[in-house]
Design a protein around this ligand. Sequence first.
Ligand SMILES: [Zn+2]
Length: 388
Amino acid sequence: MMTTTALFWKTIEDIPGLATDTRDWRRRLGETWKHARPYLTETPRFAEQVNCPMPGGEHCPRRVVKQDDGSIRAVCGDRERLCKSLDLQPKHIRIRELDTDRLRSDIAKAFGINPVARQQRGMIEHLGDYLVRAGVGFPVFFSLAGRRNPIGTSDIFGLDRRGLPFVLMVPALRDVEPSVVAAIHGMDGRVLAFDECMQFARPPGQGFDASMLPSEIFAPEIATLADAEDDPVQPVLDLPVGATWAKLKFAFISEEVINVSYGKQAPVRIEPDLLGMKNQRNGKATRQWRLLLVCAVLDGALPRSFPVQTIRGQPLSAGSIKALDDVKRGYDRQRQHLFAALKSRFGITDLPPFKRTVDCYEAEFVVDASGLRQGVADQRDRNFVEPR
Ligand SMILES: [Zn+2]
């Protein structure tokens, strides 16, 4: 037997555009109507058609006709199918649409999630963060996409997870392909179905009640974050007390290797993995590492924001434009992550690694990109020589 919320979610999945007339909502929702009603906002529109009992006739469905006396009738043009005419009132054919803002905010409330302002309506939206304690939490996403428009793995890879465990909430598990569920698990994420973890609040309560305490529902994510705590990030270099960025030198020797040295200490070879900047899924460097690479290409600078006009007052070279194009998407957020990662990985937490100027962020550490250029030159030489 379906619980009341299960029918609500199923109805939402079934109705294209999340809007239909009041009569249709009531017919589909049955007993659930009284709970769902606050989420179904009246629009100024009225239905022009009303479904037939046996749909599919050539002249079905029933058309809404305004009579001379002001009354409304729904009439089927298909005489042979004998679809009965209906006497209706305006309220029956009033179009109601799902109030997704209210739904969002009530779901967040039910699960103790700190809601974030809605950025844009999308396939998957960031609902908010569940805070384990001040400053420590994980993101919760939700999607009403449903079966008609299934979530793909690319939608998942595009989520801004900030390297944290995460939860994706959907109306029902059937909305997510098993391959996508597997991809989510591989990324420390979990799918949670609304129809299994919450109900409509019992009157006089409003909104939803979670089926368990949020701390129980999110126990796996809370445990993951607690484990991470026991295993703090080890600095990648042994730096003296009071170390400053200015004495650090980052020398790129290839796109995925940096020799990092402090003062006169011997350089340490650093690859993306050591900075937590390797994508565990495809083994490639993350966007934060690529930003570091761009910083090297720009001789120690990163843009303030996009579009980029100048860096240090100079127009951009073709090579810089190309490099920047690669990191344009979600730049601000990635830049913040990079700055935070550098601070924690090098253990210099009281000083910023970059200084803000009029048109860029200037690295406080020394960046040497000559190895990169050498690499490109070697490549060219080889290409020149090899044909023999
Ligand atoms: Zn009909």
